[in-house]
Design a protein around this ligand. Structure first.
Ligand SMILES: Cc1cc2nc3c(=O)[nH]c(=O)nc-3n(C[C@H](O)[C@H](O)[C@H](O)COP(=O)(O)OP(=O)(O)OC[C@H]3O[C@@H](n4cnc5c(N)ncnc54)[C@H](O)[C@@H]3O)c2cc1C
Length: 411
């Protein structure tokens, strides 16, 4: 029987990395990368940052040119949506009823934008931001729009808001909670970034819901808030989170709970199926439980972990999570997992553009947020990778030195 090899569904960050890592590690069987977008795998982070600033041509988004995939015998199938998995027959069925066999199947299907389900959500001028096509539509729309409303004050919404404000648009951000990025960062970092955006003219409506989008001749003209306020808008960007693309797994009888549930090897209960990247819910010791993370590091490291397992070197996945967000000229970097922490100790002036926040869960250091301090971020990753006990009292001590602590913990 011929070897059906590794079939990867989803040709994004994780899917691309897995294919590349398999070949790098010497995997000799067939590798197929099936994705429903029309282009070669590309990076998403620039789409909410530099791509929006430019003319759409200057950004080299694809991870690799076509020649790379040909040279490495990686079969890339764009425009191919996988509709079902037949686990008994070990094959998937595409939306055009094609059957693709696998020896091992890896789900790298990522997430999709959570829709804003209010009247007017389908007016022209209302944008989402995930794909290259969506970023291009947003970039073009932002060139003309003088009044922009961003719904959702998460990382993506604030990154795009900063670009729009720098271009001279009037930018208003609507957020249902009282704390921008509050799901993922400490109150200190949230407040510092909010103040910084306000200094650049961005107006925040916190604790406010959107009840309706108004329009004229099919184009959005305004955003109505729950308290009756009407914000004028020529463009609305909706960034209210994502939904994991886990239906394929659920329909195939695999466990799904906010993502495809996998173990510490990123394996589903079916030994022939793994899940990686944004779509995978996995046990993470830094989070103290099962999480689904949306970050480049998570996607890349998951892919490397599964590649190693498929190459006969199974290792449990325990990498320190890390993340970055560029908002205007401020860089936020997070090492570890600060969401859900109960205690935060800032070092440096949180009113400045240069400080660090240590986050503690149950009295132990769980994450470190740095603002414009890349050196500290790297040291924090090193420190968190050790089992060193770091307490709030230790980091609050005047002579605490993060880089020395990381060095000492590693030796
Ligand atoms: C605008 C933007 C900015 C970002 N900025 C940052 C940043 O600054 N820092 C950071 O760490 N992270 C950032 N991220 C997050 C990061 O890009 C993601 O975590 C990463 O792309 C996840 O990789 P993935 O392969 O799991 O999913 P994706 O890259 O989303 O790829 C999944 C692919 O699977 C395809 N697919 C889904 N279902 C099917 C199916 N049934 N059949 C075929 N194909 C399917 C999808 O269309 C998609 O192409 C950003 C994301 C976005 C959208």
């Amino acid at each position: 029987m011929t070897d059906a090899g590794v079939l990867i569904v989803g040709a994004g960050q994780a899917g691309y990395q897995l294919a590349a890592s398999l070949r790098e590690g010497g995997y000799a069987g067939p590798v197929r990368l099936v994705g429903d977008e029309p282009e070669l795998p590309y990076q998403r982070p620039p789409l909410s940052k530099a791509y929006l600033e430019g003319d759409g041509s200057g950004q080299n988004l694809p991870f690799r040119p076509q020649a790379f995939f040909a040279t490495h015998a990686i079969e890339v199938r764009p425009d191919t949506h996988v509709a079902a998995i037949d686990r008994n027959a070990r094959r998937v069925v595409t939306a055009t009823d094609e059957m693709l066999d696998y020896r091992h199947l890896v789900l790298a299907t990522g997430t999709r934008n959570r829709p804003l389900l209010v009247p007017g959500h389908d007016l022209r001028g209302v944008h989402g931001l995930r794909t290259h096509a969506e970023a291009e539509a947003l970039r073009v729309g932002m060139q003309a729009a003088r009044a922009i409303v961003v719904v959702g004050a998460g990382f993506l919404g604030l990154e795009a808001a900063a670009v729009a404000a720098a271009r001279g648009a009037r930018v208003e951000v609507v957020e249902t909670t009282r704390q921008p990025m509050g799901r993922a960062v400490s109150p200190m970092v949230s407040d510092a970034f909010t103040r910084q955006h306000q200094r650049h003219g961005i107006v925040f409506h916190l604790g406010a819901g959107v009840v309706r989008l108004h329009g004229e001749a099919g184009h959005v003209t305004g955003v109505e808030l729950s308290d009756g306020t009407l914000l004028p808008a020529a463009l609305v960007l909706v960034c209210i989170g994502v939904i994991p693309n886990a239906e394929l797994a659920a329909d195939a009888g695999l466990p799904v709970a906010n993502g495809v549930v996998v173990d510490e090897y990123l394996a589903t209960p079916d030994p022939a199926i793994s899940a990686i990247g944004d779509c995978a819910a996995y046990p993470n010791r830094y989070a103290g439980g099962v999480v689904r993370l949306e970050s480049v590091q998570n996607a890349v490291d998951h892919a490397r972990c599964v590649a190693a397992r498929l190459l006969g070197r199974p290792t449990p996945y325990h990498a320190v999570p890390w993340f970055w967000s560029d908002q205007g000229d401020w860089k936020l970097q997070i090492a570890g997992f600060t969401a859900g922490c109960q205690q935060f100790v800032p070092r440096g002036d949180t009113d400045s553009r240069d400080f660090t926040v240590y986050a503690f869960r149950d009295g132990r250091l769980a994450g470190v947020e740095t603002v414009n301090r890349p050196g500290d971020h790297v040291a924090a990753r090193r420190l968190l990778a050790t089992d060193a006990l770091v307490t709030p009292e230790m980091v609050a001590a005047p002579d605490f030195d993060l880089r020395k602590a990381a060095k000492a913990a590693q030796s």
